[in-house]
Every structure is written in C-alpha cells, then in structure tokens.
Design a protein around this ligand. Structure first.
Ligand SMILES: [Zn+2]
Length: 114
C-alpha cells in the first residue's frame, strides 16, 4: 500500500515544521485529501498508527478532511463529481476532455501542537 509511504513522507514534513515552529508535541495533524488524489482516506487512517508507532507521533491523532473531486466537462460544461461518476460525464458520456476543479489535494492543512 503506497499510503504508508505517503504517511512516512508526510511525517517528515511535519517533523520539519515542528523544528521551525519549535513544537515538541503534536496532538493532531489535519490532512486534506482530495477524492481524485489517488489516496484512499480510509487506508490513510488505517496505516497511520503503524507508521507512527514508536515515533514521536505515536500519540498524534490524524484527522482527514476529504475534498470532493469536482471536474468540469469541456464538451457540455457540466460540473460533476468525477470520483462518483468514474471520470465520465453523466450528461454526455465524455470521459476525456475534463478539467479538474478540485479534489487533487494531498496537503497538511493544520498541525496542532505545543
Ligand atoms: Zn458533458
């Protein structure tokens, strides 16, 4: 599962931020995960305890905010949830000419610590 790798690199980023902000404990990490980012939020939550085990993040909570994967159909102009409709316009059937509007996020939104 590539989610473990993503969490590990995310924790590296958090560690850097901790150093910059001079934080010693992180209570909670809030992640923004887009539906079209290729990452499954559910797996992220499942993998987190294993990735954080025996690190300074062992007691850290992971909170995930899912960003809907909205795309716009370049043929008919319809905006729809690309995740839900499997990247195919429910109106005209177009599955190629789509512009992603949101849902590709994979970002650390907030770090709560002291
Ligand atoms: Zn369309």
């Amino acid at each position: 599962m590539h989610e473990v790798g993503i969490i590990t690199s995310m924790l590296h980023t958090v560690a850097d931020i901790m150093e910059q902000e001079q934080l010693t404990v992180v209570e909670k990490i809030v992640l923004e995960v887009g539906e079209l980012s290729g990452v499954v939020p559910h797996y992220m939550e499942e993998c987190f305890p294993a990735a954080a085990y025996k690190t300074r993040f062992a007691d850290t909570k992971l909170e995930i905010e899912v960003v809907p994967g909205i795309v716009k159909c370049n043929r008919c102009g319809l905006e729809f949830n690309g995740f839900q409709y499997d990247l195919r316009c429910p109106d005209c059937g177009n599955g190629k000419e789509l512009t992603p509007l949101s849902g590709r996020e994979l970002t650390i939104r907030e770090i709560i610590g002291c």
